[in-house]
Ligand binder design. Sequence first.
Ligand code: HEC
Length: 131
Amino acid sequence: MMKPAYLLCVAALAVGLISSLTSSAIAEDAGQNYQTFCALCHGPSGGGDGAGAATLQVRPRNFTDCGRMRRVSEEEAYNVIRNGGAAANLSADMPPWRDSLTEDETRALVRYVQGFCNDNQSAKMTKPEKP
Ligand code: HEC
């Protein structure tokens, strides 16, 4: 008689474990995806100074430039990452990533690149208000 309840309990634990693993995995992935796909141009610390940046006509966005990043909404950043610079009248050197990154990974990257500017005012402008 103990068995079904026990199994249910194990199943619930497994679901909890898996969901907590995936959410931390997504956050970790953002950092890893950034270093894999973006650092070449945007720089390992987001300064827009990656090794590949020197050859580009338009400098990759410097994510640590809070004043500049304040004018980039989450939606705009999402669109540019997903569809490329050309889709937003920016440099076509910013490639589209919709075939390489999922929507969730893209959203996580938006938050990740916004994190390079740690000026509170910018955080207020670009991140949803918290109660
Ligand atoms: C081949 C170089 C290159 C790579 C790789 C690259 N970018 Fe960019 N990115 C650019 C350039 C150049 C611009 C600036 C476009 C402009 O100002 O016209 C840019 C602009 C941006 C912007 C600014 C959008 C705005 O509205 O100001 C975001 C956000 C961004 N990139 C995110 C990413 C992310 C995330 C990755 C990795 C998945 C990435 N980029 C990979 C070159 C690159």
